[in-house]
Design a protein around this ligand. Structure first.
Ligand code: SAH
Length: 454
């Protein structure tokens, strides 16, 4: 018998926060997930749904608030799915993220003694995103734009998003207002009609250069000139306006065809001293200020003296590789997306690096082949997607035994799982440094440093 039933009203004490930001209270050991509740709070709830081993409840009233509770400054925080923890002070967010890493390392990694340092956060944790992908749509004949609501494709309509740049706000609001008179129809996902699907705004933090991408359903876009004029007058820092055509019935943002409408094909940015050219569809870290900190940490853990060869697995457009190439003898990067490898090669050239090599392919296949060709590494850097390292790649590491491994992770649970495997194979985790790349959201990035035991 479950200790609570649907429609029960009860007073509970919130103990924890899930990795997606819901409060957790336990009723006789049975967890209830409560959207909007914070650890330490006493709240009155209404039980919405009960499953076998957990349930969901709605918060009715906060009887005792957490000292870390703040009023979320965003006007659409309650409906928008972009941020999850604006109602938690930044200090509270730092504590939460450190605990998330600490708990994963202890419970999943079984490494209770590994130091997990306080999170390196931002001095000003707002307006940090250098890229905004803004969906456009309509609601009863009115143009709406903003970000998707939680677990849905309805748009939370807004004129400001305080984690994106002011320029993106300005472009979003002005286009929305002026589209009807310019004759640009927003795209409708249900009927597959209309023109403008998404507007993507990217800004080089170090250079100030801005690119605007208009994702349209059709290539023929007669109102392009009007849109260009509006954008250029509004934001003079725009150096590139690009059209991307996506005629598919899909929730993937970009289509295959990209046409430069005005200005440059790319914008430039710098992370530390390394320059990057970014095109409309290139993958690039969205919080460059913190990327500098994250890569700085990875570089510190790599402890390069100039004699080392480094392998950067999951290298993307080579951001970490090029950062390391400043201090290493040689860097080899591998990444599964061929276009990203093209970008990496171009960026290596742009910076004049001659000590790098990039190859497209699955890391778990390319790295073993490199070893058979005598291309070995002293330091192995990995920065895998959320699902963590491929099992075969971990086995390759254990077989080839580079003396140092630096693991950049965007998911504490898979980081902890992989650390356990590497520990069992003879590595020792020295320390873990969380870095806050995504303030106001529950996402948590961390760097771990491992050494091969003697
Ligand atoms: N280090 C980069 C990108 C990290 S994101 C940066 O900081 O910018 C993770 C990358 O791993 C993505 O670019 C993804 O395309 C790539 N990837 C996913 N599976 C892979 C695999 N099996 N082998 C190599 N790369 C892979």
């Amino acid at each position: 018998m479950k200790p609570v039933q649907k429609n029960d009203r009860l007073l509970v004490h919130v103990e924890d926060l899930t990795h997606d930001g819901a409060g957790v209270a336990k009723v006789e050991g049975y967890p209830l997930f409560i959207h909007g509740a914070l650890p330490g709070e006493d709240v009155e709830v209404h039980v919405l749904k009960t499953l076998k081993s957990y349930g969901f409840a709605k918060m009715l009233e906060i009887k005792q608030a957490s000292p870390f509770r703040v009023t979320a400054p965003c006007p659409v925080f309650d409906t928008c799915g972009g941020c999850q923890i604006q109602h938690l002070s930044y200090e509270g967010q730092m504590t939460f993220k450190r605990k998330l890493v600490r708990d994963a390392i202890t419970r999943i990694g079984k490494l209770p003694d590994v130091p997990v340092h306080p999170v390196k956060g931002m001095e000003n944790p707002w307006r940090y995103r250098n890229k905004s992908q803004i969906p456009f749509g309509s609601d009863n004949g009115r143009v709406v734009a903003g970000f998707y609501q939680n677990r849905s494709h309805d748009i939370a309509d807004t004129d400001i998003c305080i984690i994106q740049t002011p320029e993106a706000d300005a472009i979003m609001a002005a286009l929305k207002k002026r589209m009807p008179e310019m004759g640009i129809e927003p795209y409708d996902e249900q009927t597959h009609r209309g023109m403008l699907r998404h507007v993507v705004v990217r800004k080089g933090r170090a250079t100030g250069e801005i690119m605007v991408v208009l994702v349209t359903k059709k290539k023929k876009f007669p109102q392009a000139e009007k849109a260009i004029e509006l954008i250029r007058t509004l934001v003079p820092e725009v150096v590139s306006i690009v059209q991307n055509v996506n005629g598919e019935k899909t929730n993937v943002i970009f289509g295959n065809e990209t046409i430069t409408l005005w200005g440059n094909d790319v914008i430039e940015d710098r992370i530390g001293d390394v320059r990057f050219e970014i095109s409309a569809r290139s993958f690039y870290q969205v919080n460059p200020e913190q990327t500098d900190i994250l890569y700085g940490q990875a570089l510190e853990y790599a402890q390069l003296t100039g004699d080392e060869t480094v392998i950067d697995a999951y290298c993307g457009i080579g951001t970490i590789s090029l950062f390391l190439a400043q201090k290493a003898k040689f860097v080899m990067g591998v990444e599964i997306v061929p276009q990203a490898i093209e970008d990496a090669k171009r960026n290596a050239e742009l910076n004049g690096f001659t000590n790098t090599l990039f190859e497209a392919g699955p890391a778990e296949q390319v790295i073993p082949r490199w070893y058979t060709e005598g291309k070995t590494a002293d330091v192995l850097m990995v920065d895998p997607p959320r699902k963590g390292c491929d099992e075969q790649l971990l086995q390759t590491i254990l077989k080839q035994r580079p003396k140092r491994v630096v693991y950049v992770s965007c998911n504490p649970a898979t980081l902890a799982r992989d650390l356990r495997i590497l520990e069992d194979g003879g590595y020792r985790t020295q320390e873990v440094q969380p870095v806050d790349m995504f303030p106001q959201s529950t996402h948590c990035e961390a760097v771990a440093w491992l050494e091969l035991a003697e």
